[in-house]
Design a protein around this ligand. Structure first.
Ligand code: GAF
Length: 392
């Protein structure tokens, strides 16, 4: 049995004297398309083999009992009064309950115990995984009949409204909708999506974790979002049909934003370029041209670092370490930024040596060893059935 599932079952039975329903909710990677989701643009994420596991059961009363095994903390509240002042980690759970209530779905009292192997603050979306796992578990427990995409939207709304981070929809979508061996090409405006098979023979996704802990809730994320909105407002003075940066062109930015606000201009230019890079990059992958795709990842990093300014010296250094390595086809910082992981497409045979070299250089420069994960794509959120739990 997977050790985390075992731990949850034991803790659950000790605490609540019953067996829980177990849900697995994965983290995500994103190959390209960063900071495009909240601009109605495109993203290319996949769910991965790192996950949060939750044990849940119904209660006869209206209480909510939560246990975080990893933080060694617990919380008791009630479905009738969802407190935003509760410890921070509870907001991702209570926020989902609030969304269910807003949608007129009756959620009774419940017990929940969770743990996971998604490193926290590494940009692999542990928060979205928790939200999606809670949504899926409660939907199942109380037979609410919600479909996956509806739960994705509710999980995102929980983060926007209860946690206070104005994130886009990418992370929740990837966690809920992932398929093994596929990346999801998602149009964040229409929510049309396709599963593109990952065909990168002999190439693996390697994540170098800078171990600089980012905080998505940091005001910088919300600031980027509002700078994009400012750019759109300037463009709308002449082109009212532009609803979001997704609709903007370089020429519109040059004409209407460049002289008005150089910082907003750089932010918007990055987003416009990134949407184009993603669409062209998907064509590269369809042709099997991973080398061309990888070059675009390096270009994305450059844009995120210099124009969008969401990188940090440690992430830039990790990219500098790999950019002239023939075995690394592409690399960039991933996720919201200000820390977390870089994502690297690396020739399989060269991985051990690369890890050794990069780790040594990183330690010499920063005094800390990076953590390294080789990510595999996985299916999205699901129930762990008893027979799977026994063999996982
Ligand atoms: C974070 C957010 F949660 C996503 O919605 C997305 O904006 C990402 O940063 C940047 O692409 O993970």
């Amino acid at each position: 049995m997977h050790p985390i599932i075992n731990t949850i079952q034991q803790k659950f039975e000790q605490t609540f004297s019953e067996k829980p329903l177990i849900v697995r909710a994965p983290g995500r990677v994103n190959l390209i398309g960063e900071h495009t989701d909240y601009n109605d643009g495109f993203v290319l994420p996949a769910a991965i083999n790192k996950a949060i596991y939750l044990g849940v059961s119904k209660r006869a009363d209206d209480q909510i009992h939560l246990v975080s095994i990893d933080l060694n903390e617990s919380f008791t509240g009630t479905v009738n009064k969802l407190e935003k002042t509760a410890p921070h980690w509870t907001l991702y759970i209570l926020g989902v309950v609030e969304q269910f209530q807003k949608a007129g779905k009756t959620v009774g009292g419940f017990n929940l115990v969770f743990s996971g192997d998604i490193p926290l603050g590494a940009g692999l979306s542990s928060s979205a995984a928790l939200e999606c796992g809670v949504a899926f578990g409660l939907n199942e427990l109380f037979s609410l009949g919600l479909d996956r995409v509806t739960m994705v939207k509710m999980a995102q709304a929980a983060e926007n409204e209860f946690v206070g981070v104005k994130c886009g929809i990418m992370d929740q979508f990837a966690s809920m909708m992932g398929h093994k061996n596929s990346v999801i090409q998602l149009d964040c405006r229409s929510l049309d999506y396709t599963y593109n098979p990952i065909e990168m023979d002999g190439i693996e996704i390697v994540l170098f974790d800078s171990c600089v802990s980012h905080s998505l809730a940091s005001s910088e994320y919300n600031t980027r979002r509002s700078q994009c909105e400012q750019g759109v407002k300037l463009i709308q003075e002449k082109y009212p049909e532009v609803k979001n940066l997704r609709d903007a062109t370089q020429q519109m930015l040059d004409e209407l934003v460049k002289d008005q606000d150089p910082v907003v201009y750089r932010r918007c230019r990055y987003v416009v370029q990134e949407n184009r890079r993603l669409l062209e990059g998907c064509e590269d992958l369809k042709r099997g041209d991973v080398a061309a795709f990888g070059k675009k990842m390096f270009a994305t990093h450059e844009g995120l670092s210099k124009n969008y300014e969401v990188s940090c010296p440690e992430l830039d250094f990790l990219i500098d370490c790999v950019k002239d390595q023939p075995a690394v086809l592409g690399a960039r910082m991933m996720g919201g930024g200000f820390g977390g992981c870089t994502i690297n497409l690396v020739k399989k045979d060269a991985i051990p040596q690369l890890i050794e070299d990069v780790s040594a250089k990183y330690e010499a420069r920063t005094g800390k060893k990076p953590k390294v994960y080789v990510a595999e794509t996985e299916a999205g959120v699901d129930i762990v059935h008893e027979n799977e739990a026994a063999t996982a």
